[in-house]
Design a protein around this ligand. Structure first.
Ligand code: 5MM
Length: 338
C-alpha cells in the first residue's frame, strides 16, 4: 500500500462527525466487564454481544472505525460474513489491538511497560491479510509519588514508536495510545505535566524512528484530575488544559486525535469532547471510547438474547451523542430522551 493510501485511511478514521469504537477488550478485561453485569465470559456470549454492536443498524453514521480483539477479527456475523468484511462493506474501517498487555518495568518500581514487539512483524502481516486496516497499541503511564520516572516514559515511548514503524511497513495505520491513567488522587496540573512529558517523548521517538505522522492517529487521555482527587477540575478546565497540552506537543501533521475515555462516565466523556470542539484546532478531535460508549449497552444487554435490540439502541444513542460532540453541535439538552 502506498503512503497516500495509509494517509487516506488515517483521515477516514477521524472523519468529520464520527469516532472510533474501542471493542478490543482482551480476555481478562471483557471477563471483568461481563462480571459487572453478572454474565459469564464465554466465546458464544462475547460473539453475540460484539455482533450486536458491530451490526447495529445505521452505526456507520456515527462510527468511522472499530478496534477489534484478535478473537473478533477471526469471527463472522451469524450469516457467515467475516466481521472485518462486514464493517468494510458498511464504510467502517476495521482495526486490531496488537499489544499483549503490560508487565512491571524492571528498574522502575510502580511503572509498567507494554509487551508484544517480538514477532509483531509477522502478526501484523497476518492481520492485514485478515482485513484489518489499522492497529492499536496501548502504553500505560501510572501516576504516583515519584512515578513515572523519565526512564519509564522513555521506554514506553520507544516501544510505541517501534510498533508504529512496523505498522506502517505492514500497510496498517497505527493508533498510538499513550494513556496517562486517571487512577489516583493527583491534580489536573500533575496530569498535565505527565501528559506533556509523555507526548514530548512519544513524538520525539516517532520522528526519530521515521514514522509518517500524516499516517497515524493519536489516542491520548484527556488532561483530567485523578479519579480520587479531593477536588476535581471542572469540565471547562479539563478542555482548556487538554487543548493547551495537545497544542504544545502534537504536530499539526497528525490528522486526528481520538481520545480514550479512561474511566470517565459516558456523560462526562461526551461533555468534555464537546467542549474540546468549541475551539479551532489543527487536527480533528474525536473519540475512541470503550467504556464510555459501551457501558449503557452492556447494562441493557445483560447477556439476554431478547435484549439484543435494546443493547443496539443504547449503543447507537451514545454513539450519536459523541458524534454530535465531535461535530461541535452537542448540547446538554440532547441527553434528554423524548
Ligand atoms: C484505555 O482503554 C482503551 C480505551 O477504552 P476506554 O475508553 O474505556 O478508556 C481500550 O481500547 C483498551 O485499550 C481496550 O479495552 C483493551 O484493554 P485491555 O486492558 O484489555 O488491554
Amino acid at each position: 500500500m502506498r503512503k497516500q493510501e495509509l494517509e487516506r485511511v488515517a483521515r477516514a478514521m477521524v472523519a468529520e462527525g464520527k469516532g472510533i469504537l474501542a471493542a478490543d477488550e482482551s480476555a481478562g478485561t471483557i471477563r471483568k466487564r461481563f462480571a459487572a453485569i453478572g454474565v459469564e465470559s464465554t466465546e458464544a456470549l462475547r460473539h453475540r454481544y460484539r455482533e450486536a454492536l458491530l451490526t447495529a443498524p445505521g452505526m456507520a453514521e456515527y462510527i468511522s472505525g472499530v478496534i477489534l480483539f484478535d478473537e473478533t477479527l477471526r469471527q463472522s456475523t451469524h450469516d457467515g460474513q467475516p466481521f472485518a468484511e462486514w464493517l468494510q462493506s458498511h464504510g467502517v474501517v476495521p482495526g486490531i489491538k496488537v499489544d499483549r498487555g503490560t508487565t512491571t518495568l524492571a528498574g522502575c518500581p510502580g511503572s509498567r511497560i507494554t509487551e508484544g514487539l517480538d514477532g509483531l512483524r509477522e502478526r501484523l502481516y497476518e492481520y492485514q491479510q485478515l482485513g484489518a486496516r489499522f492497529a492499536k497499541w496501548r502504553a500505560v503511564i501510572d501516576i504516583d509519588k515519584d512515578v513515572p520516572t523519565a526512564a519509564a516514559i522513555s521506554a514506553n515511548a520507544h516501544a510505541l514508536a517501534r510498533y508504529a514503524a512496523l505498522c506502517q511497513e505492514a500497510d496498517l495505520v497505527p493508533i498510538v495510545e499513550p494513556e496517562v491513567l486517571m487512577d489516583g488522587t493527583h491534580s489536573l496540573q500533575r496530569c498535565e505535566a505527565v501528559t506533556d512529558a509523555t507526548l514530548l517523548a512519544v513524538f520525539a521517538e516517532l520522528v526519530a524512528q521515521g514514522v509518517a505522522l500524516e499516517a497515524m492517529v493519536l489516542k491520548p487521555n484527556m488532561v483530567i484530575s485523578g479519579a480520587e482527587a479531593p477536588e476535581r477540575a471542572s469540565a471547562s478546565e479539563v478542555a482548556e488544559a487538554t487543548l493547551r497540552c495537545m497544542r504544545r506537543r502534537v504536530p499539526a501533521a497528525v490528522p486526528g486525535i481520538a481520545f480514550l475515555s479512561g474511566g470517565q462516565s459516558p456523560l462526562e466523556a461526551t461533555r468534555h469532547l464537546a467542549l474540546l470542539n468549541h475551539e479551532r484546532a489543527p487536527w480533528r478531535l474525536t473519540f475512541s471510547y470503550g467504556r464510555a460508549l459501551q457501558e449503557p449497552a452492556l447494562q441493557a444487554w445483560a447477556g439476554k438474547a431478547s435484549h439484543h435490540e435494546a443493547a443496539q439502541r443504547e449503543f447507537l444513542w451514545r454513539a450519536r451523542l459523541n458524534a454530535r460532540a465531535t461535530a461541535g453541535i452537542w448540547r446538554e439538552s440532547d441527553e434528554v430522551r423524548q
